[in-house]
Design a binder for this molecule. Structure first.
Ligand code: NAP
Length: 246
């Protein structure tokens, strides 16, 4: 049985990806931030995954911390035997116009959204190299492609993730490891629930399909990218935004 690690999978897009990959037949590793409330939500996600007849376990780790990622990957390898897919999904926002954005708000978003991709990819590719097989998907954002007012920290982190995706694709292609990114637009999750109705309405005006995306619509593309159907796809960024950028 193939194993997939999904970071930040206690809710939102990550939880949905975990369930979809479980449905696809992957054993799933549900990473969550080390807090009681995240653990509780992650356990419920694992329960839903097991309903598809696969193994599903929760692992607490703050993915912005190098040592915590190293320990988690080591434990997963010991518990599951292989690591076939990694979905770097964990992310946060701390939106403010640059004039008001503090250094702490800048650094926190870079640490969770960008450094985590280094932390996880470094340890997981060490396992995948030996297997001569691996599928990595990074969850970027349209903000990383086009920028967004109030999101200098977030846009920087997601643009970096796109550069990291292409670099990993080039460094590890000869070992049969692919690395791609998805760039979601406005998706209905707890992250976007906090936006004002006025801002949401304005953003949806710019979407060709004139609606929010659903987490399932991200999960289906991730499902493709980690499958054999995507065996010759690497270093690509797939925008899933309902036509936001046209
Ligand atoms: P979400 O509902 O807030 O989920 C993000 C998950 O990541 C949460 O479970 C969160 O835990 C976890 N997380 C945060 N920091 C972490 C850390 N240091 N270690 C481990 N886990 C951590 O947001 P979402 O909308 O599903 O976002 C998922 C990904 O999609 C993110 O990378 C986001 O940037 C990207 N994205 C989302 C949208 C959108 O419209 N929703 C658009 C483009 C891209 P806590 O709840 O404890 O923080």
């Amino acid at each position: 049985m193939a194993t997939a690690i999904i970071t930040g999978a206690s809710q939102g897009i990550g939880a949905c990806i975990a369930k979809r990959l479980a449905q696809d037949g992957f054993d799933v590793v549900i990473n969550h931030y080390p807090s009681d409330s995240d653990k509780e939500k992650a356990l419920a996600v694992a329960e839903e995954c097991r309903a598809f007849g696969v193994k599903a376990e929760c692992y607490a780790a703050d993915v912005s911390k190098f040592e915590q990622c190293e320990a988690m990957v080591k434990q997963v390898k010991a518990d599951f035997g292989t690591i076939d897919a990694l979905v770097n999904n964990a992310g946060i926002t701390k939106d403010k116009l640059l004039a008001r954005m503090s250094e702490d708000e800048y650094d926190a978003v870079i640490a969770v959204n960008q450094k985590s991709v280094y932390n996880m990819t470094k340890h997981v590719t060490a396992v995948m190299m030996k297997q001569r097989y691996g599928r990595i998907v990074n969850v970027a954002s349209v903000a990383g492609l086009y920028g967004n007012p109030g999101q200098m920290n977030y846009s920087a982190s997601k643009a970096a993730v796109i550069g990291m995706t292409k670099t990993v694709a080039k460094e590890f292609g000869s070992r049969n490891i692919t690395c791609n990114a998805v760039a979601p637009g406005l998706i209905r999750t707890p992250m976007t629930d906090v936006l004002s109705d006025e801002l949401k309405a304005k953003m949806i005006e710019a979407v060709a399909l004139r609606r929010y995306g659903e987490p399932e619509e991200i999960a289906s593309v991730v499902s493709f990218l980690v499958s054999d159907n995507a065996s010759y796809v690497t270093g690509q960024v797939i925008e899933i935004s309902g036509g936001l950028s046209m």
